[in-house]
Design a protein around this ligand. Structure first.
Ligand code: NZQ
Ligand code: ZN
Length: 392
């Protein structure tokens, strides 16, 4: 077991109608002028944005709004947000939406609190000294950005998708009302469940310093999401299932399931970020499409963990060699993806990549991880290319 740091400063307010608390939470964290940042309009159509602005009006909190954060959010809008915040003397950011709006808001916060080009942080050129305070009203259970230290932005020029992590970017509060996720298209619900599970699996498939308690939490979380993803497929308005998945989303990416291990593998995410950058696919679907190929490429180098996963999470039969059990676990996971209409390869994802595209993605991925990365198995550019090829 390794030493670890666990830091989760986000105040979580969870349950029905909790969005009505937004004004008092902003005041509690010192906000006087707010930028409300949101996505492509789902919060307008659902009436949530209006309820939020009415609440701020009633509390005498002034605000400006900026919508348009697209899935795989763009750097251009981040720059626009930074200018707007400076011009309007905004002192608090409120993201209303999913990972894309939250990540875009975090980037705006870094850009305002630090001089120079905010992309430098995503380009690993320097680290941030602060971030404008941020609160969240979450509308999709998926990325865990509402409690995480990360933010993922796509630079339009060259379609480069990169993440930056800093404790400064962790939201001050997260309002989580599972009912707000009931307007999600089924596909996005399934993408969210996939992403939540992947955040835990990235930390589970490691070759360094594992901890029994962390494993138990991770396995419990994975089984809970797996079960409730199927419930939501058949009954999307099931409040309890929405709530289980929503809380799992936060715990999957606030560091809890990484305590004591080596920090995780993260190569499935890195490979997916190339897909998201180039083909603009939904993050969760991209992860499902690449995971099986990654797993088959690495499992022999991380056999005890793949066996444990197969038995404890996928609950396959404990029969045969360790390799056979591990492979049955991978197959069972792919069956689960299919059962919630997630893709298990790039064709099913709708990506028609040429060999040249695969080479480009593998190269960009290798550059993005400084040559190589991975704990289940350390992967270099040629390994990344082999996995992309296998996922076709
Ligand atoms: O943009 P709007 O109109 O709001 O529509 C969104 C979008 O089309 C829609 N949606 C969200 N809530 C809804 C809703 N539609 C109806 N009703 C609702 N209640 O769903 C679509 C997806 O939203 P988005 O915010 O893009 O989803 P998600 O939360 O999955 O975020 C994806 C982004 O986060 C990054 C991903 O790479 C991707 O760019 N990630 C961020 C992480 C982090 N910050 O910690 C970690 C993750 O691994 C991930 O990389
Ligand atoms: Zn993710």
């Amino acid at each position: 077991m390794f030493d670890f740091k666990y830091y989760t400063p986000t105040k979580v307010v969870f349950g029905r109608n909790t969005e009505s608390k937004v004004a008092e939470l902003i005041k509690e964290f010192g906000g006087t002028k707010v930028l409300i940042h949101y996505g492509g309009g789902s919060v307008v159509r659902s009436g949530l944005l209006k309820r939020v602005t009415d609440t701020l009006d009633a509390a005498g909190i002034s605000y400006v709004t900026l919508g348009g954060a697209v899935p795989n959010p763009h750097l251009g809008l981040v720059y626009e947000g930074i200018e707007l915040v400076k011009k309007e003397k905004v002192d608090f950011l409120l993201a209303v939406g999913g990972g894309s709006a939250i990540d875009s808001a975090k980037a705006i916060g870094y850009g305002v609190a630090n001089d120079g080009d905010v992309w430098d942080f995503y380009d690993y050129k320097r680290t941030a000294d602060g971030c404008l305070p941020l609160g969240v009203i979450l509308t999709i259970a998926a990325t865990g950005s509402e409690m995480s230290d990360s933010s993922v932005i796509t630079k339009e020029e060259g379609l480069v998708k990169r993440g930056y992590s800093s404790d400064f970017g962790r939201p001050r509060f997260a309002i989580m009302n599972p009912e707000l996720t009931m307007t999600l298209p089924d596909y996005q619900t399934a993408c969210g469940c996939t992403d939540i599970m992947m955040h835990t699996m990235e930390r589970y498939f490691t070759n360094g310093g594992n901890m029994e308690l962390t494993d138990a939490l991770a396995e419990g979380l994975l089984k809970t999401v797996k079960k409730n993803a199927v419930i939501l497929r058949d009954d999307p308005k099931n409040y309890d299932a929405r709530a289980e998945v929503m809380w799992a989303g936060s715990l999957a990416h606030n560091g809890l399931t990484g305590c004591g291990n080596d920090g995780g593998d993260w190569m499935t995410h890195k490979l997916e970020h190339e897909l998201g950058g180039l083909y603009d696919v939904a993050h969760g679907a991209g992860l499902a499409a690449i995971w099986g190929s990654w797993a088959r490429y690495v499992y022999k180098d991380c056999l005890p963990r793949f066996k444990k996963f197969a038995l404890n999470v996928m609950e396959v039969e404990n029969k045969g060699t360790d390799e056979e059990i591990a492979l049955r676990g991978i197959e069972a996971m792919e069956d689960f993806y299919r059962s919630i209409n997630m893709p298990t390869n790039l064709r099913e994802l709708g990506v028609k990549a040429t060999e040249e595209d695969l080479v480009t993605m593998a190269h960009k991925c290798a550059v993005g991880v400084n040559g190589g990365k991975g704990s289940a198995k350390f992967l270099r550019e040629e390994d990344m290319l082999a996995i992309f090829r296998a996922s076709m």
